[in-house]
Design a protein around this ligand. Sequence first.
Ligand code: DNO
Length: 360
Amino acid sequence: MKMTFRWYGKNSDTVTLKQIRQIPGMSGLMGFLDYKPAGEVWTEEEIKAYIDEVHAAGLECEVIESVNVHEDIKLGLPTRDQYIENYRITIRNLAKYGVKVIVYNFMPVLDWLRTDLARIIPEDGSNSLYFDEAELGEMSPMDIVRKTAADSNGFSLPGWEPERLADLERVMELYKSVDQEKLLENYKYFLEGIIPTCEEVGIRMACHPDDPGWPIFGLPRLAHNQEGFDRIVKLVDSPANGICLCTGSLGSNVANDIPSIIRHFGEMDRIPCLHVRNIKHLGNDRKFRESSHLSSDGDLDLYEIMLAVYDTCPDAYIRPDHGRMIWDEVGRPGYGLYDRALGATYLNGLWEAIVKNHKK
Ligand code: DNO
């Protein structure tokens, strides 16, 4: 297991590389060029500048997140071939600088979604990301986009890039003719286009689950349970066609047994990386907040999760995921320093105990 941290780059993150380096056990980053529009090639110069800086700080950068898939690929439009070609070039460019895993998602239009980015946790006065389907019921997609932008403390949020959301209404309209099966077909076309390149250069793709883990606003979604991912990994049967197993996203759907899903895909060698965090439902299956990482603070058993990783995909990259805002920190919702650092330390502690226990 390699413990990593998400970082948005020096112009865009409140957290510094030096701070990340000082978190115990941190091997490197799940890096991110947050200014790149979906579909555009990530040039060698851009990648080199980012990764050189990370290396200079004493950290690795073997995982890159959010090489976003252009909507035309998901919609299956004729223009998709050019965007797939651009994606292949980006894969090659990233491989040249030592990247081994690319995290992406295939969610139509909207990436992760919350109805509140800073809901106070009454017990301790901290705040965290929050979702209530009942609140969503009254909002249109445009309302939620506006609210998310307004609540983000002025930071860009992954998946909420302005250019991607600019023509939201037009794209929502186009999706009326794309159902689950059509989306799956378009997904296969995409994977067939890129997986041979990944195999050639030694990169593994890791699909991030839908978040929350069910269809939203009538849009088709494929990646929120074991059955869905079973279909995805079969689209192209290769270890390069893998999963970024996000425990919180899958865990938002109470029907999912996360340790068992990890074991299932870990045994198939399809989990190159994980986002590990906890989540707490609030008396209703479709209402939850993000809790601290500690098992007893949320619904997920982080010990069982780390044990499943140890048993079935011990070489995976892990990062603590969204943290609460604690100790009066002001930063990008979900991506402050303190609570994620606590999360990493806790996960490292679980890992040490598991490793030592197995050596006995
Ligand atoms: C949310 C993140 C996601 C993830 C993308 C990958 O906070 O975990 O934005 O990085 O879905 O494409």
